[in-house]
Design a binder for this molecule. Structure first.
Ligand code: BES
Ligand code: MN
Ligand code: ZN
Length: 502
């Protein structure tokens, strides 16, 4: 859907549907709503008086103007209680109204922005409106061939404003579209089935990003990985007929001398569990086990288009985890890229094995920070539920940056402890570490394992096993791939250059 800004007055807009927002506890009409109500002989006030429309959060009512206005319909959108307003509610409301209009076969809408919707900067308000509208309208129709003509699509959304806000709004729409496109990109990658999102195809997607200004993409093949000794990653890949790829994206928007931020993303294009095979039920969802990698690629794509003055590296170990006569087995010992040895207890604890090599490889950049994103443990869903990102790490400053970014983007992050004592659980009798610490504290022992392969750099791990994929519609995240952490990472990167850090 195209979004653009136009100078003018909403009451005079020629549109299929003009959107007005209201609060539940608002007893008077003001601004555009008042003007439009007067022109329409009290149409809105009547609706509210009769309580057809109560302005509950995301409530939508549509009325025809019957030629009292140039617009065909007035769409009332509820924002709930004014005292509880926040950006997340605005995203949700605009997602809902767009989905509603789309379901009615409306192709085009207009709105003016009520700056009093929430106490936030104008930039943040526009960003929330645009994010809600675009992210809520996402649909993955790639493989639908029957009834394609019935697929519905919103085509355009115009934001009508006073002349003095034109530039601000135009600028903010552009920036937000860069971010939402990156979320779409990540969602598309995750939604794609594993037969069409192999490590090689993922690497090709990264190479496309590598064509952008200040971005270089390098892909290490199996031969090069062998030379480098990435045997932990190669162990996981050994059962698959698909070649593993180690994807490196380097974006240099900052000074040459400046240490980069390294983002590491788990790129397991299909996780069958390997020899420790998973049950059949829901195994199909394991095509999403490259969500972390997709998010890292999306974040670097957005950062490069925004031309952020930072150096950023993306590392994505990409492979399948499959059972076969060549597959690695429980009891095998792998010598990782770092030189440390790992006893494989469970071939389904493969994420930490491929991340181990990538995290050690990150040291080569002497990074200012390392953040890894991975659908790492089912235990994280048990602990925090389907919608929450588990956070563990060694650096409080970096953790608070992540918390702050997540608060702005509405992504839910909760920290789990990473005390030294947890490392006892991943000690091996015959190698340095074992890849599974058993059932207790599964998310934490996985992170403790990762920590052994991170050099002496600020590091935080984000476990997105829950929110990467959603089984039910969630306001502006339609069911399926969420693109989680794309916005979080971009926000964190933008915060680093936006203003002095606190
Ligand atoms: N990719 C899975 C984790 C996962 C599970 C992600 C469900 C999303 C939804 C990971 O590779 C895995 O299999 N982890 C095991 C670890 C165990 C064998 C120590 C798990 O969580 O069961
Ligand atoms: Mn697994
Ligand atoms: Zn996995």
């Amino acid at each position: 859907m195209k979004i653009f800004v136009k100078k003018g007055n909403l009451a005079e807009a020629k549109s299929q549907a003009i959107i007005l927002t209201f609060f539940e506890d608002q007893n008077k009409l003001a601004g555009d709503a008042l003007q439009i109500d007067q022109k329409c002989k009290g149409l809105i006030s009547q609706l509210m008086k009769n309580r057809d429309f109560e302005a509950k959060q995301s409530q939508v009512s549509v009325v025809y103007t019957r030629d009292l206005l140039p617009a065909k319909r007035i769409v009332l959108l509820g924002l709930g209680k004014s005292t509880e307003a926040d950006l997340e509610k605005i995203r949700g409301a605009f997602a809902k109204v767009m989905q509603y209009l789309r379901s009615m076969n409306v192709k085009e809408a207009a709105a003016s922005i009520d700056w009093k919707m929430v106490e936030e900067t104008k930039e943040n308000i526009i960003q929330a409106v645009v994010e809600g509208a675009l992210l809520g309208l996402y649909q993955y129709n790639h493989y639908k061939t029957v009834g394609r003509d019935d697929l519905k699509e919103m085509e355009q959304f115009q934001i009508i404003c006073e002349g003095k806000y034109f530039n601000l709004i135009e600028n903010e729409i552009k920036k937000t579209q860069i971010i939402t496109s990156a979320v779409y990109f990540a969602r598309d990658l995750v939604s794609a089935p594993s037969n069409e999102m192999t490590p090689s195809i993922m690497a090709n997607k990264a190479k496309d990003i590598g064509k952008r200004k200040n971005v270089v993409c390098q892909v290490l093949d199996k031969k090069r990985m062998k030379e480098l000794g990435m045997n932990s990653l190669l162990g996981v890949a050994s059962g698959s007929n698909e070649e593993p790829k180690f994807i490196i994206l380097e974006y240099t928007g900052g000074k040459k001398s400046e240490a980069p931020i390294v983002l590491v993303g788990k790129g397991l294009t299909f996780d069958s569990g390997g020899i420790s095979i998973k049950p059949a039920e829901k195994m199909d969802e394991m095509k999403t086990d490259m969500s972390g990698g997709a998010a890292v690629m999306g974040a670097i794509m957005a950062a490069s288009i925004l031309q952020l003055p930072l150096n950023i590296v993306g590392l994505i170990p990409a492979t399948e985890n499959m059972p076969s006569g060549k597959a690695y087995k429980p009891g095998d010992i792998l010598k990782s890229y770092s030189g440390k040895t790992i006893e494989v207890i469970n071939t389904d604890a493969e994420g930490r094995l491929i991340l181990a090599d990538a995290l050690s490889y990150a040291s080569k950049y002497k990074p200012a920070a390392i953040i890894d994103v991975a659908t790492l443990t089912g235990a994280c869903i048990v602990a925090l539920g389907d919608d929450v990102i588990g956070m563990l790490g060694t650096n409080d400053q970096l953790k608070s940056e992540i918390k702050k970014a997540a608060k702005s983007t509405g992504e839910l992050v909760w920290e789990l402890p990473l005390w030294d004592s947890y490392s006892e659980l991943i000690k091996s009798d015959i190698a340095d570490y074992k890849n599974s610490g058993g059932r207790a504290a599964g998310t934490i022992t996985a992170a403790a394992f990762l920590s052994k392969f991170v050099g002496d750099f600020p590091w935080v791990h984000l476990d997105i096993a829950g929110p990467a994929w959603t089984a039910k519609d969630r306001t502006y995240i339609p069911k399926g791939a969420s693109g989680v952490t794309v916005r979080l990472l971009v926000e964190l990167l933008r915060n680093r250059v936006r203003k002095p850090r606190v």
